[in-house]
Design a protein around this ligand. Structure first.
Ligand code: PGA
Length: 241
């Protein structure tokens, strides 16, 4: 089965010209640029699919600065990231807010990329993860959870110096197992119907370690997705594992 590669550009690049160049070089991936580039990038036939990095909690118009699911759809986004750790930890987004956003993504029939992951791998990490997963998916049906790409991104492994501190495949699998157990126990989901991604300092030299695992359906790439050559290597690996 082919693996999925998703680029999270975060608040990069600074100009539309750079965004267009990067997008043209991202064939085969899902690219999540800042909102402001979606409309122009959707006009380019690059072989990449567009996603958004966030979504408003509802279509209610009195939300200054927010972007609705309806708008995202019109701009050409097919995927939406919900609950990225930058938003959870730097911008104070709660599990309840992430849950509302996730429901909004599903409501608009967009494909959810749902991020979960512990802040530090201490003795409580298992409980933390179980709790975060229960609250993030709260109120969703089994069928809705099956539509999600669940990105396990340990916060401590995100945006480290290239290659210095990604998670190990073994511990990523241990965490994915914990997440699976919560979903199987609470929602009676079939393990085979769940899709997991790994994210956190994925670069071309460690991508294969994660992409070759049967438990992992793809990778969510931040920093390395901003380097055309590096990102192309990761996409190539995803096609050959
Ligand atoms: P990174 O970012 O690849 O730079 O660690 C991943 C992410 O934040 O989604």
């Amino acid at each position: 089965m082919s693996k999925i590669v998703i680029a999270n550009w975060k608040m990069n690049p600074q100009t539309l010209v750079e965004a267009e160049n990067l997008f043209r070089a991202s064939s085969g991936a899902v690219v999540c640029p800042p909102f402001v580039y979606l409309e122009e990038l959707a006009k380019i036939d690059s072989g990449a699919v567009l996603g958004a990095q966030d979504i408003a909690v509802s279509d209610e118009p009195g939300q200054t600065g927010e972007v609705s699911g309806e708008m995202l759809k019109q701009l050409g986004a097919k995927y939406v990231i919900a609950g990225h750790s930058d938003r959870r930890w730097k911008l104070g987004e709660s599990d309840e807010t992430v849950n509302k956003k996730l429901k909004e993504v599903l409501e608009h029939e967009l494909m959810p990329i749902v991020c979960v992951g512990e802040k530090s791998r201490d003795s409580d990490f298992k409980m933390f993860l179980q709790n975060q997963v229960s609250l993030t998916f709260s109120g969703l049906t089994k069928e809705q959870i099956e539509k999600c790409l669940i990105a396990y991104e340990p916060v401590w492994a995100i945006s480290t110096t290239p290659g210095s501190r990604s998670d190990t495949p073994e511990s990523a699998i241990e965490s994915i197992k914990i997440i699976k157990e919560v979903l199987v126990e609470n929602w009676k989901l079939e393990i085979g119907n769940l899709s997991f991604l790994y994210g956190g300092s994925v670069i071309s030299t460690n991508a294969r370690d994660f992409l070759s695992l049967k438990e992992i359906s793809g990778v969510l790439v931040g920093g390395a997705s901003l380097d055309k050559e590096e990102f192309k290597k990761i996409i190539d690996i995803s096609l050959n594992v």
